[in-house]
Design a protein around this ligand. Structure first.
Ligand SMILES: Cc1cc2nc3c(=O)[nH]c(=O)nc-3n(C[C@H](O)[C@H](O)[C@H](O)COP(=O)(O)O)c2cc1C
Length: 366
């Protein structure tokens, strides 16, 4: 290990949790839950166990209700079978010495009628269809036209988040990450390109942040604040969600989160999976606004991660695609060893191929 990379492997205290290094496994949807129940299974448990040397694992996004589902065969966390399935995953990760938070997800308008209860339209802050695709049994298709949520319905969705957070506790997770990024429901409320409401949930920043903060407050009624974080993607165009003045809404939101003592914010810097410099945004200032930990993500390499940690622009760094193809990413970064390139054809759906069969360094040497 080169001396200046040591910071990547130094421990970090996240509330009462001892995180063993600064390397986080980013949330990664893999479309491999059990068909019919959307419950995690033994194969999923093996996949996470293989990656338990990460300081912290954030699970793939998990729908809080059937309405919150947007892609086929993603895991849920609202039924007993799903809670039991997740228990296999958390046990496996803990046995291997890891920590795992669940990412709680409601997709809002990024869904398809074939996935919705009773074949209904997906819900959104405003009835504007996203120009994007989703994944159903037959493959990638355009998302369906959404309908606007009635004011009276919103409390029910907040209650679903709360129930899911309780389920996550019973399933043995160490904490929760609220999915507030990538153009899903919370981000749809935050961004004025999607949210055109004229009631208490639309318009000024205080209104557009209301739903996110109600979800946070509901979850803080279940989990200790240090065990709760939120993922945000202020300038990412993912799933057709953009804001005309992201610095304004995200500064306000993060001030509010800071006042609540939330454990961390997990920030996708730039376009999710794309250019880090897609739009000007002062991520260092956002970090300074927040009292808790800052997890940086998007396009990080070993060198870039070391730099951001050394310059104190982040506490932890999340790696996505590299964790798909390198189960022992931590060890490879420690040794500065070659990395296996990920195979996008097997990202979404399928079996163990491109999932649990990526070799460790030792296996590759055999
Ligand atoms: C296959 C795949 C699935 C993903 N699923 C999720 C997800 O469930 N939740 C989420 O917040 N981000 C998801 N992302 C985004 C990643 O967490 C991450 O932000 C992105 O890959 C950029 O990080 P990287 O450059 O280290 O890969 C996904 C990305 C990929 C490639």
């Amino acid at each position: 290990m080169t001396a200046d990379a040591a910071i990547l492997f130094s421990p970090f205290k996240l509330g009462d949790l001892q995180v063993k290094n600064r390397i986080v496994m980013a949330p990664l949807t893999r479309i491999r839950a059990t068909r019919g129940t959307d419950a995690p299974n033994e194969l999923n448990a093996l996949y996470y166990r293989q990656r338990a040397s990460a300081g912290l694992i954030i699970s793939e996004a998990s729908q809080i209700s059937q309405q919150g589902q947007g892609y086929i065969w993603t895991p849920g966390v609202y039924s007993e079978a799903q809670v039991e399935g997740w228990r296999k995953v958390t046990d496996a990760v803990h046995e291997a010495g890891g920590l795992i938070f669940i990412q709680l997800w409601h997709v809002g308008r990024i869904s398809h009628t074939s996935l919705q209860p009773g074949g209904a339209a997906p819900v959104a802050p405003t009835a504007i269809a996203a120009k994007t695709k989703t994944f159903i049994e037959s493959g990638f298709v355009d998302v369906s036209e959404p309908r606007a949520l009635e004011l009276e319905e919103i409390a029910g969705i907040v209650a679903d988040y709360r129930k899911a957070a309780e389920n996550a506790k019973r399933a043995g997770f160490d904490g929760v990450e609220i999915h507030g990024a990538n153009g899903y429901l919370i981000d749809q409320f935050l961004k004025d390109g999607v949210n055109r409401r004229t009631d208490a949930y639309g318009g000024p920043v205080e209104n557009r942040a209301r739903f996110a903060l109600e979800v946070v407050d509901a979850i803080l009624g279940v989990w200790d604040k240090a065990r709760v974080g939120i993922r945000l993607s202020p300038v990412s165009p993912a799933n057709d969600a953009l804001d005309s003045a992201p610095e304004k809404i995200f500064t306000y939101l993060v001030e509010q989160l800071s006042a609540r003592g939330l454990g961390f914010i997990h920030v996708v810097e730039g376009a999710t999976g794309g250019p880090r410099d897609i739009a000007p945004f002062d991520f260092a200032a956002l970090r300074k606004t927040f009292s808790g930990a800052y997890i940086a993500n998007n396009g990080y390499t070993r060198d870039l991660a070391v730099e951001v940690l050394r310059e104190n622009r982040a506490d932890l760094v999340a790696f996505g695609k590299l964790f798909i193809s390198n189960p022992d990413l931590v060890e490879r970064l420690r040794r500065n060893a070659p990395l296996t390139a990920p195979q996008p054809e097997t990202f979404y759906g399928g079996d163990e191929k491109g999932y649990t069969d990526y070799p460790t360094l030792e296996e590759a040497a055999e």
